[in-house]
Design a protein around this ligand. Structure first.
Ligand SMILES: CC(=O)SCCNC(=O)CCNC(=O)[C@H](O)C(C)(C)COP(=O)(O)OP(=O)(O)OC[C@H]1O[C@@H](n2cnc3c(N)ncnc32)[C@H](O)[C@@H]1OP(=O)(O)O
Ligand SMILES: O=C([O-])CC(=O)C(=O)O
Length: 380
């Protein structure tokens, strides 16, 4: 007889490390980085500042931030050999597959790749934070059969990404809106992809291996891939009038609704509130998009029907409509999540490896105990 009563399925509630970076209170919908509420980061800060704050575990001085910004800019360009690989990727691949391959390849080109001291991990982190943007934009351009756009040094991280992605300089308002989205996604405690990065790091593996595995974990539709899946759902619903019946039908059939529910939040994810406010701002200026109207109805139907179970919109619910308003295709929504989360992954790996211990959980064995090896020719 085996006892599975003590199995923490999905590692729910398991505390495996200490961290000073991010705090989440899932019942009240509170998220802070370094003790500062996410709403304040979104309103006052930038992706560059939050990235440095996460790496250093403190708010930077103006001089530190200026130096970090200059370092990011100096590292924006990626080696031509990587651009050649991106250009040679088969057409029609998912950009998350392309990103995973590109990060891994970038490691082949970095002479420091195998170094695992804290200084080396930090230097590689800064390069990756800078270069994710260039890689993702280059993948988009190459996949669209367009020329790859070189980075500009006079634009912010967010503004430069939109410029490299589209070939057009964004307005200040667009760049700032995108910057806020990056801030909202930069870190989130021990989520599946950060945990994956840390699990890889715990073997004392290198930064490129950690981040390559994290990209793979983020890709799935139960995690970062949900933002694209939400857009698929909106396309399937089609019109706002059909939304309520569509969701009710799914819930009756016990199917999951994408962009709602969360392992930790049992109330509104605060990031989804900030994103909804921005989506509403755009809607008030330019008229409500069909996507936004469908989301409003889905949110109401979900909260009415399963809110009592703790199912509310998560960060992936409204992000896609914000990106879509910026003219970004849905396949790039999850890569954009990675573009932001790279900071959280790197900061978490650095924090964990300061006091490293190999991550190695266990399983309750429920298989055969007295197995006999039967020769191949004697098996039925
Ligand atoms: C950035 C991020 O990663 S945020 C999360 C992004 N993922 C999604 O949006 C995908 C949709 N959501 C989900 O699949 C889940 O809510 C997860 C994976 C995020 C969390 O899952 P878990 O913590 O394992 O919750 P679990 O799957 O055990 O669900 C608990 C209950 O809520 C229900 N539930 C959870 N999520 C949903 C959902 N999206 N739609 C409908 N019901 C749901 C489950 O059916 C289950 O009901 P039951 O107790 O009656 O069987
Ligand atoms: O924390 C999680 O499990 C998922 C999430 O919201 C994130 O990674 O941003």
């Amino acid at each position: 007889m085996t006892n599975t009563a003590n199995v923490a399925k999905g590692l729910e509630g398991v505390l495996f490390t200490e961290s000073k970076l991010t705090f989440i209170n899932g019942t009240e919908g509170i998220l802070t980085h370094l003790g500062i509420p996410i709403q304040e980061w979104a309103e006052h800060s930038t992706f560059e500042e939050l990235s440095l704050a996460l790496l250093d575990g403190k708010l930077p001085t103006a001089a530190e931030l200026a130096a970090f910004d200059a370092e990011l800019k100096a590292n924006r360009a990626v080696p031509q050999a990587l651009l050649d690989v991106i250009a040679a990727m088969p057409r029609g691949v998912h950009p998350m597959q392309a990103l995973r391959t590109a990060v891994s390849y970038l490691g082949l080109l970095d002479p420091q790749a195998e170094e695992t001291s804290e200084d080396a991990r930090r230097a590689i982190s800064i390069r990756m934070i800078a270069q994710f943007s260039t890689i993702i934009a280059a993948v988009n351009r190459a996949q669209e059969g367009q020329d790859i756009v070189a980075p500009r040094m006079d634009l912010t991280h967010a503004g430069n990404f939109l410029y490299m992605l589209t070939g057009k300089e964004p307005t200040e308002e667009q760049a700032r809106l995108f910057d806020i989205a990056l801030v909202l996604h930069a870190d989130h405690g021990m989520n599946a992809s950060t945990f994956t990065a840390i699990a890889t790091a715990s073997t004392l593996s290198d930064m490129y291996s950690c981040i390559t595995s994290a990209v793979g974990a983020l890709k799935g539709p139960l995690h970062g891939g949900a933002n694209e899946a939400v857009m698929d759902m909106l396309d399937e619903v089609g019109t706002p009038e059909k939304a309520e019946a569509y969701i009710s039908g799914k819930l009756d059939r016990k199917e999951k609704i994408m962009g709602v529910g969360h392992r930790v939040y049992k109330y509104f994810d605060p990031r989804s509130r900030v994103l909804r406010d921005y989506a509403e701002l755009v809607a008030n200026k330019e008229g409500k998009s069909t996507y936004y109207q469908i989301l409003e109805t889905i949110e109401k139907t979900v909260v009415d029907r399963i809110g009592s179970k703790g199912i509310y919109p998560n960060v992936d619910f409204y992000s896609g409509t914000v990106y879509s308003d910026l003219g970004i295709r849905k396949e790039y929504f999850t890569p954009i999540f990675a573009l932001a989360r790279i900071s959280g992954w790197c900061a978490s790996v650095i924090e964990y490896t300061r006091d490293n211990r190999l991550l190695r959980p266990d399983a309750v064995y429920t298989g055969e105990r007295d197995g006999k090896y039967v020769p191949l020719q004697d098996r039925q």
